[in-house]
Every structure is written in structure tokens, then in C-alpha cells.
Design a protein around this ligand. Structure first.
Ligand code: DCP
Ligand code: MG
Length: 404
């Protein structure tokens, strides 16, 4: 394990926090203390990964239902659910908070949901719109850090350790990200900010909807101690019931259990429980894939009536794209330029051409080509690029200046 030494504040003692191999340590929060040889010297020894990380967990509020309310404001204030119809034995995928007040929730049968809330507005899912919103939200996250790990369409971890935006404050970054999701995507999100993934995920639920909660490193111990064990990652109904039978309700209760006893009761999961109830979680944030494309798009309040109006709208999109492109890190070389057009009748077309350094003229020509396919008023325009596939990058010489 890598150790980082930093001056301590109190006494000639070093504290060694156990991150791996903690089984060898005394059962005292995974920490042992050692005398230091040098007179007057004092060091805290901790693994970098745990002591100084800043993780944000973002989770959109009633995601599918929020997209539906955004696209049909008449739904706002009414109980709304997205899911399959009762006649087809459908289930609720999600519902807004008005519907939750009636006891409706995800995975409930639609038949039961409609009994609980007869005025429930039930909508079929439209994954295309949810995916588009999700892509936009991921682009916002990636403006802050390349270390983004999506968990689902509406949920992701961000590692913002060392990121300098917002004066380096993860709390302010989370606020800004949530504000941007609201203005740019039209829905709300909640966030948890903490030194690791497990606590950040628990924290994002704390002030839901449209809120955030910070657990500072010094507050981790108290926060986790009071936490119900059923909130622990991997503790489902069965394990929670077993723990309850053993008299364990909170993480604080669980801490009195020795590792060997937890291993006996819970097998390999015992070690995870031992760590989690002490707030220790060293899982890194793993960006799951290399970015394949980068684009920006706008749905206009009033359709753009003709090609001329589309051309007038193009510079703003190109500017926004350039801004995003400059911030996007860790990308492969650009391979293609793309224009996306959605017409007033909702038909959609994308036009692309090989271009390693596209500029306004390239997108402009693509716009001409795409617009000619239908010639209708336009509700949405997008511009972007596709990045080269992995094998293409082998002989490439790194960064290509796009707008130089
Ligand atoms: N989803 C689903 N079936 C489930 C749970 C969720 O289809 N059993 C879908 C619909 C949700 C989306 O995944 O909108 C995100 O799931 P979340 O658990 O984050 O739930 P919501 O975002 O809907 O609500 P919350 O405000 O509690 O996050
Ligand atoms: Mg959610």
C-alpha cells in the first residue's frame, strides 16, 4: 500500500489507518498508533485514496417522470407515473413526488398504483428522450472531471479530487452542476458529497428531491455510526433481517462485532461489512468507457422556419461546442463532424463527414445537406464530432487542434 506522510498536529505519534490487511489490526476503527523514532516528529500515515478524495454522487429526481413533466408542463403538480398499463400487467418504472404521497413507488404493479391513486396520470416510457437527457447530463459532469462513472441513466459518481473549478470546493461544484442540469436539461438532481463512493451515495438521498448533503472527512465517523445498516451497499432485505435478529440496527451496533465473527456469520461479505460500518470504502471511480462523441444540441422554443434561420442559429451552437470541446479531456482524435436535425414533424436525421478538424464551414455544409432531406421547419439542431476508434489512434500523433 502507498503511504503518504504529512505533518501531524498532536504528539509524537503516527496513526496508521488500515485500508487493506485491516484484519491484522486491533478492533478500534481500523486505526493503530505507533511511536515515531524522531524526537518531536509526528506524522499521520494514510492512504492517499481515502484521506483526500472528493466524490460527488449525483442522482436525478424522479428521472423519467421529470423528463415527462418538462416536456408537458400541464403535468406539473399532478400525480404522474411512467410504466406499463395495468391491462398488460405492467409495473411502475417511476413516479413523481406527488404520486409518491399516495404510496405509489417504483416496481409496484400499475394496478395497485391506480388503486392507491385513481387520478394517477400514467405514461408509457420514451427511452429516446430519457437517453438524450442522460447524455446531456453526462456532458455536464464531464465538464468538471473525466472521472465520471455512470451507474444508470440518471445516476453517476464523479471524482473531483484536485479539480480547481469552484475554488476546488466539491460542494460548490455539486451546486453548480445541479443548477446547470436544471437550466440546461430542465429537470432537478440531488447530490451527495463525501470522501468515498458509499457515503456519497447515501448522502445524495439525504436531501432529496433537489437538494444536496455534504459529509466532510471529519464527520464521516459520526455520520456512519448513526446510519441504519440497511443503507449499506449490499445489505438487502434478507441480510437486514438477519442483522436485526442479531440485534444490529445501526452501523454503530455493527462496530462491536469482530471481523472473525462477521466473517463467520456473513462469509466473504463480513469483511465488507466490517469496513463499511466504519465508513471505509476505497473503490475508485471508474469511467466506464472512452468517449465516442461530443455534441451539443438545442431544442428551440419556436421552430426555426427555414434554412436561413438554421444558419443563423449555427454560430451559437458552434461556440457552445467549442467551449465543451476545450474542456473535454482524455479524448481520442476527431474523426468526423456531425449535424443532427429534428424537424417539426419529429422526424430526425443526422449527416456526417470525415473531418479531423471541423469548423463552422464544415457543419454549415452538413446543415445544407441535412435540411434538404425534408425541407421542413426545424425544432432541434445539434453539432458535434465523433472520435476515432481505438485502432485508428495507434498511428495518430495525439492531439489535433480543432479550432486553431
Ligand atoms: N427505474 C425503473 N425501475 C425501477 C427503478 C427505476 O425503470 N424499479 C427507472 C425509472 C427511474 C430511473 O430508473 O426514473 C432512475 O431510478 P431512481 O432509482 O434514481 O429513481 P428516480 O430517479 O425515478 O427517483 P428518485 O428521485 O428517488 O431518484
Ligand atoms: Mg434518481
Amino acid at each position: 500500500m502507498k503511504l503518504r506522510l504529512r505533518p501531524g498536529r498532536r504528539g509524537p505519534i503516527i496513526r496508521v489507518r488500515a485500508l487493506s490487511g485491516f484484519a491484522a489490526l486491533p478492533d478500534k476503527g481500523g486505526v493503530i498508533q505507533l511511536q515515531v523514532g524522531e524526537a518531536g516528529a509526528s506524522y499521520e500515515v494514510a492512504e492517499n485514496a481515502t484521506s483526500s478524495r472528493k466524490i460527488i454522487h449525483c442522482d436525478c429526481d424522479c428521472f423519467y417522470a421529470a423528463v415527462e413533466m418538462r416536456d408537458n408542463p400541464a403535468l406539473v403538480g399532478r400525480p404522474v407515473a411512467v410504466g406499463g398499463r395495468a391491462e398488460t400487467r405492467g409495473v411502475i418504472a417511476t413516479c413523481n413526488y406527488e404520486a409518491r404521497a399516495f404510496g405509489v413507488h417504483s416496481a409496484m404493479s400499475t394496478m395497485r398504483a391506480q388503486k392507491l391513486c385513481p387520478q394517477l396520470v400514467l405514461l408509457p416510457p420514451d427511452f429516446e428522450r430519457y437517453r438524450a437527457a442522460s447524455r446531456h447530463i453526462l456532458d455536464i459532469y464531464r465538464d468538471y472531471t473525466p472521472l465520471v462513472e455512470p451507474l444508470s441513466l440518471d445516476e453517476a459518481y464523479l471524482d473531483v479530487t484536485g479539480v480547481e473549478r469552484c475554488k476546488g470546493s466539491a460542494t460548490l461544484m455539486a451546486q453548480e452542476i445541479r443548477a446547470r442540469i436544471h437550466t440546461e436539461v430542465g429537470i432537478t438532481a440531488s447530490a451527495g458529497i463525501a470522501p468515498n463512493k458509499f457515503i456519497a451515495k447515501v448522502a445524495s438521498d439525504w436531501n432529496k428531491p433537489n437538494g444536496q448533503f455534504v459529509v466532510r472527512p471529519r464527520d464521516v465517523d459520526a455520520f456512519v455510526k448513526a446510519l441504519a445498516v440497511k443503507k449499506l451497499f449490499g445489505v438487502g432485505k434478507v441480510t437486514a433481517a438477519k442483522l436485526a435478529r442479531l440485534g444490529v440496527d445501526t452501523c454503530g451496533d455493527l462496530r462491536s462485532w469482530a471481523l472473525a465473527d462477521l466473517a463467520r456469520e456473513f462469509g466473504s461479505f463480513g469483511a465488507a461489512l466490517y469496513r463499511l460500518c466504519r465508513g471505509i470504502d476505497n473503490r475508485p471511480v471508474c469511467p466506464d468507457r472512452i468517449r465516442k462523441s461530443l455534441s451539443v444540441e438545442t431544442t428551440y422554443v419556436k421552430d426555426l422556419p427555414d434554412l436561413l434561420a438554421c444558419h443563423a442559429a449555427l454560430p451559437a451552437l458552434v461556440d457552445e461546442f467549442s467551449r465543451r470541446f476545450e474542456r473535454a479531456r482524455d479524448t481520442r482524435p476527431v474523426h468526423k463532424a456531425v449535424v443532427k436535425i429534428k424537424f417539426a414533424d419529429f422526424s430526425q436525421t443526422t449527416v456526417e463527414c470525415v473531418a479531423t478538424a471541423p469548423d463552422a464551414a464544415v457543419w454549415s455544409a452538413l446543415l445544407d445537406e441535412g435540411h434538404a432531406r425534408r425541407g421542413l421547419p426545424v425544432r432541434l439542431l445539434g453539432v458535434g464530432v465523433r472520435f476515432a476508434e481505438a485502432q485508428r489512434t495507434v498511428h495518430d500523433s495525439g492531439q489535433i487542434a480543432l479550432f486553431g
